[in-house]
Design a protein around this ligand. Sequence first.
Ligand SMILES: Cc1cc2nc3c(=O)[nH]c(=O)nc-3n(C[C@H](O)[C@H](O)[C@H](O)COP(=O)(O)O)c2cc1C
Length: 210
Amino acid sequence: MHGAKRYYAEIMMPFRGFIVKNLDKLTGLQIDMIGPSHGPVYKEPAFILDAYREWAGGPPHNKVVIPFISMHGSTLKMVDRLTAALADRGVTVERFDLTTADLGDIAMSLVDAATIVIGTPAVLTGPHPKTIEIAYLAGALRPKTKFVSIIGSFGWGQRIIDVLGGLIAPLKAELLTPVLAKGDPRAADMQAIDALADTIAAKHHEAGLL
Ligand SMILES: Cc1cc2nc3c(=O)[nH]c(=O)nc-3n(C[C@H](O)[C@H](O)[C@H](O)COP(=O)(O)O)c2cc1C
């Protein structure tokens, strides 16, 4: 199951629409075995067909994926606050520290997440390059994400929202108000993080996911 989900996440996810349509064509057929043009033979087809129905066609889960990086700990404090605030509101969180995270694991986490929140400090007047990679990946894989946001910290000037926003635009997800702190996050920044958690929980609730 793990290998099949990783393959779907990394290779097949952008073709979700075709997968759903083609699964419909199988309705009513008695399938004993699937021999794909590559990959393993499935002797119990229901296993993989049910999994693809859920991954490609099922609703997203009440889950937020937070890929983040932090050079000096300010963004990390905001990510910690958001993680706790979402947990308090009954929302599942999967977070990935991009200094060590595996891209395939992140892709798998994106398969059924309703929301993505990217955490980044400002570097070279934009988002940290590691988060550019993730935003590009999310835009290319086009998971069924409904909501996105961005949190992080800067020193003097940045184009974080412009750059990341452009890369994740193919998701066609709703952008929830980002929270960018100047330096170490203060009480007002943490309140804005709590407000973001409130908004995410409310959006998940409205979408029938919570
Ligand atoms: C190598 C480096 C480059 C930076 N470039 C920028 C920048 O272009 N614009 C800016 O506003 N801040 C810049 N900063 C400041 C950081 O964004 C700021 O210190 C931020 O609070 C760091 O967040 P963190 O603690 O999560 O790493 C830079 C910091 C470093 C270390």
